[in-house]
Design a protein around this ligand. Sequence first.
Ligand code: FMN
Length: 378
Amino acid sequence: MSDPLLLSPITLRGLTLRNRIVVSPMCQYASKDGAPTDWHLVHLGKFALGGAGIVFCEETAVEERGRKTYGCAGIYDDRHIPAYRRITDFIRSHGASPAIQLGHAGRKASCGPPWTNFRPLTEEDAAAGMTPWRGVSASEIPAKPGALTPIQLDEAGIEEVIGSWRTAAQRSIDAGFEICEIHGAHGYLIQQFLSPLSNTRTDAWGGSLENRMRLALRISEEIRAVWPEDKPVFFRVSAVDGTGGAWDMDDTVALSKALQARGIDVVTCSSGGINGPLNMAVVPRVPGYQVPYAERVRREANIATCAVGLITEPRHAEEILHAGQADLIALAREVMVDPNWPVRAGRELGKEDYLDVLPPDYAWWLRRREEIRRISNV
Ligand SMILES: Cc1cc2nc3c(=O)[nH]c(=O)nc-3n(C[C@H](O)[C@H](O)[C@H](O)COP(=O)(O)O)c2cc1C
């Protein structure tokens, strides 16, 4: 009997993954001056032990001012490299591929963590050592009421930001990452240039779709140029804006075609992050709610896709792959519940040697338990 697709290897460029299960990036707000800590080693390490094919580190800022909070991860300084190297070595030594998601918060900078509802930092926070700072963006439009007005990047500023992405990618290679995802979603800097709601520029970086895509494509070109030829680059899109938004699936297909032409290997289809006054409805949060985006991008832009968003059941994941809707399946919250989800998937999908994905230190005992159960017929 052949293995379920979900649990079978896939090769992207020269990189073969042991299965198609991706641990999606999850910000932890536990970094110190941008560097990951022991928390990250344990948090990410357990997903590698649990059998995932790819383990993504959280969104990692390419510039210090591109962090959302003081606890956000960054790779904007060479001194960050060794701390990531420790984590990537561990992930790889347990059979998973270490991946980094590079990002820049743009105007969404200078906030408290999610449990404060990303409350903009104030002068009171400054007294506690967390001085607010102005983010940068396409235009001088704050992310939300009460947030600081961002600094509109001029031409030189845009080139500086693009250079930071390139340098951060080079550091990521030195830190041992095998996959790089460009975070172009969730209302952060790249999406702030993409969406006409946050980008009201009249120069070469605003206006037409082509101009608004320019930053996303320039960054993609820079990263593809430095990322090893035999290793894949992903790009995460918000396939559609949030409530009242403007960016839609036709735009996403156009962007994905342009990304494909520039050597991007996988588009991860998420949604939301920029809201506005128009008629776009919120995407209903049903299981697999973003899968149709991954399917359409895959079909129309001829590029591999990663589906994410309320995929919790192995059978559902397997169906998505079989139906040709996506090539990879990413999970975030469900792996917090069960970091060994790939084992559960193997068992439920009837993979014969489903315990093999675990380290021998665990698998030997569990195989023995299975054998005892089989013999005792329980
Ligand atoms: C704690 C947490 C942190 C997240 N941080 C990131 C992030 O750094 N980058 C990103 O693109 N998405 C982030 N997300 C979104 C997830 O990657 C994922 O797209 C989303 O949670 C939907 O998948 P799920 O239903 O499997 O959780 C985060 C989600 C959670 C729960």
